[in-house]
Ligand binder design. Sequence first.
Ligand SMILES: Nc1ncnc2c1ncn2[C@@H]1O[C@H](COP(=O)(O)OP(=O)(O)OP(=O)(O)O)[C@@H](O)[C@H]1O
Length: 452
Amino acid sequence: MTSTLPFNIFVVEDNEWYGQLLVHHLSRNPSHRVQRFTTARSCLDQLGEQPDFITLDYSLPDAKGEQVLRQIRERLPSTEVIVISGQEDIGTAVSLLQQGAYDYLVKDENTLDRLWSVVGKVDQQVRLRRENQQLRQQVGAHCARGQAILGEHPSVQLVRTLIAKAARTAITVSVSGDTGTGKELVAKAIHFQSDRAGSPFVAVNMAAIPRELVESELFGHEKGAFTGAVARRVGRLEEANGGTLFLDEIADLDLSLQAKLLRVLQEREVTRVGGNRAVPFDVRLIVATHRDLLAEVQAGRFREDLYYRLLGLPIVLPPLRQRGHDILLLAETFVRDFCAHNKLPVRQLTAEACTRLLNHPFPGNVRELKAVVELATVLADGEQIQAADLPLRPGRAPEGPGSQRSLRDQTTAIVQSCLDEMGGDVLAVAARLRIGKSTIYRMIQQQELHLT
Ligand SMILES: Nc1ncnc2c1ncn2[C@@H]1O[C@H](COP(=O)(O)OP(=O)(O)OP(=O)(O)O)[C@@H](O)[C@H]1O
């Protein structure tokens, strides 16, 4: 997928001859749309056109480079600005770079070549960003229709209700649940159902970033802020401006950064590492963890003030094994989608395969179920997916009271939970669980099951 939109460039230069030279040079690429302005005011008045790139003459008749740069950065934080100056002045260059200029060029015989290579880089970044945006919109359309989170279990219905409520405001949301229960999916659903859907959804996993890089990842850094900071980098908070920031595995954030995050969230401004300018931001925060955050607070590993700042609207995702017949509903949907994507004839799970799925503890939750049934679809020979096709490994035993139960007890519990959910409709339960209705009637007669 490539973006066909033009790359919009503003050239702000009062010198007639040099301005025309820049316009001519930058217009050599047919996808560039170049406009020229001779004053700061005329450029600022047209920022509504959202240029992708601006070349800014440092000395304009009505303003200095710093002032214009500040106003552009405030209004269009993702537009890159390159300052072009008649004289080399290291102090000015450093100050402009710290204020967020992409580069600082001195007018000499190399300027046009350097400009050409910088514009090429920015052009590529912008196109990648647009592609991402298009992909996001596709995912978003799916999430926004409320179809992403499958399940009929009351606990999942409650999750969908809370998502819809959260989407109406910008409240912080804290999602908890074991690995693979759908925490990121919930975060995306909230974002794409909210009025921030057209803005970025940025996900950061605290456990996946080396400790020493977390601060710069979140808050960004200026060029030269530390060894290896070869270019300015906008942090994830700024990247999510106007949209949603999803901080996964928040409990893994170390204590010193917890203090910094709290301050940034309270002040609603972020200063890049090595920078001296606070940039305001507007993001909805969604945090997730598979740990008990309150227990982390009690153990002194998580700041209590940050805990209360982040709690917001809590959404709890139950483990898959506690969602009754949703296991089958999800399995059937994953098989159907997988067959459709891979142009395979539709495959059905046999009754034995369903029973095997219902009795598996699924320590990896929905992610594990999806992987298992997709692989089984590939392994199955005919149109049916047999129990033996399911690559289920004896997993970690489910935690809690169920862990010591026999297979029979677990089956009874699943059938009972379906009966309760479906208002005692034996035929519907038999169809859903693919077991004979007489088996259910016999279990009722033997008082293993109860109709409420
Ligand atoms: N209720 C659901 N309906 C449909 N798909 C689901 C559901 N829950 C989870 N999934 C799918 O399961 C996979 C894992 O979900 P997700 O990544 O959101 O889990 P997670 O809790 O964030 O995992 P982790 O804690 O390991 O990061 C994804 O492919 C997701 O689309």
